[in-house]
Design a binder for this molecule. Structure first.
Ligand code: C5P
Length: 230
C-alpha cells in the first residue's frame, strides 16, 4: 500500500503548527518524521503528540558522535518508542556498529538507518568538505559500512536508490528524501526526484516535507501525491 510508504517531514517548531498537521493527516495514510527543528523546540513532547494521534514516528536526528554517545542517543530514541531512527554513516564503522549493537538489548527495537550523502549536496559540495569521490561512489562506500554494521537500511536519494536496490536485499530499506512532485518547488534540495521516479528506482519510503506541510491544505496535497502514484 503506497500510503504507508510516505513519511511526512514535520519541519515546524511549535505545538500548534505540529498539531495542525498531525491531526489533519490520518495515521492510515502515512508516517511522520520529526527532525532537528521540531525536536530541538519541543523535545519528546513532539513524539508524544504524534503517538497520541496514532502515528508512527521516524526520529530524524541524524546522530553523529563518538560511538558511545551515538549509541546512547539511539537507545534513548528507542525508549521513546519511535518506529525509525537514524545516524550519519560518516561517523564511521565503529560508531555504526555501536548504534546497531545497543538496540539488541532493547525491548522495542526501531529500524536503524544510515544517512549517506545529504540530498542537498552534490559533488561540488562534497569536494568542499574534502571528499573527492563522486556522490555515487561515496554513497556506495557508506552503504557497505552500514550493511556491515547490521543497520536496517539507508537514507539516500532516488538516483542512488536504483543502484543500491540492485546491490542489497529487499529487507535493507531505502528511505528517500528530496522528493518533489512535478507541481512543487525544489526549495534547497539539489538531487530531487518525483514520487513516481523514487518508487520506480526502488525506494521503500518517500520523505516529503514542504510540498505537504507548506501547502494550503496538507491533506489535499498528500492525497494528490497518493492519487498520482496510484
Ligand atoms: O521539505 P523537504 O521535502 O525538502 O524535507 C526533506 C526532509 O528530509 C527534511 O526534514 C530534511 O532534513 C530531510 N533529509 C533530507 N536529506 C537527507 C536526509 C534527510 O532532506 N539526506
Amino acid at each position: 500500500m503506497i500510503e504507508r510508504r510516505i513519511i511526512v517531514a514535520l519541519d515546524v517548531s511549535d505545538a500548534a503548527s505540529l498539531e495542525q498537521v498531525v491531526f489533519a493527516i490520518p495515521p492510515e495514510v502515512c508516517r511522520l518524521k520529526i527532525g532537528k527543528e521540531l525536536f530541538t523546540a519541543l523535545g519528546p513532547r513532539s513524539v508524544e503528540i504524534c503517538h497520541r494521534a496514532g502515528h508512527e514516528v521516524f526520529l530524524d536526528l541524524k546522530f553523529h558522535d563518538i560511538p558511545n554517545t551515538c549509541a546512547m542517543a539511539v537507545r534513548a530514541a528507542a525508549r521513546l518508542g519511535v518506529w525509525m531512527v537514524n545516524v550519519h554513516c560518516s561517523g564511521g564503522g565503529d560508531m555504526l556498529q555501536a548504534a546497531s549493537d545497543v538496540l539488541m538489548g532493547e525491548s522495542h527495537r526501531p529500524l536503524l538507518v544510515g544517512v549517506t550523502v545529504l540530498t542537498s549536496m552534490d559533488s561540488e559540495s562534497l569536494r568542499e568538505v574534502g571528499v573527492l569521490r563522486s556522490v555515487e561512489d561515496q554513497v556506495c562506500a557508506f552503504a557497505a559500512l552500514a550493511s556491515d554494521a547490521g543497520l536496517d537500511g539507508l537514507v539516500c536519494s532516488a538516483k542512488e536508490a536504483f543502484d543500491l536496490r540492485a546491490l542489497y536485499d529487499a529487507d535493507f530499506c531505502l528511505v528517500t528524501p528530496g522528493i518533489r512532485p512535478a507541481w512543487a518547488a525544489a526549495n534547497d534540495q539539489l538531487r530531487v526526484a518525483t514520487p513516481h521516479e523514487a518508487i520506480v528506482a526502488g525506494s521503500d519510503y518517500l520523505v516529503i516535507g514542504r510540498p505537504i506541510t507548506q501547502a494550503k491544505d496538507p491533506r489535499a496535497a498528500l492525497d494528490r501525491i497518493i492519487r498520482e502514484l496510484g
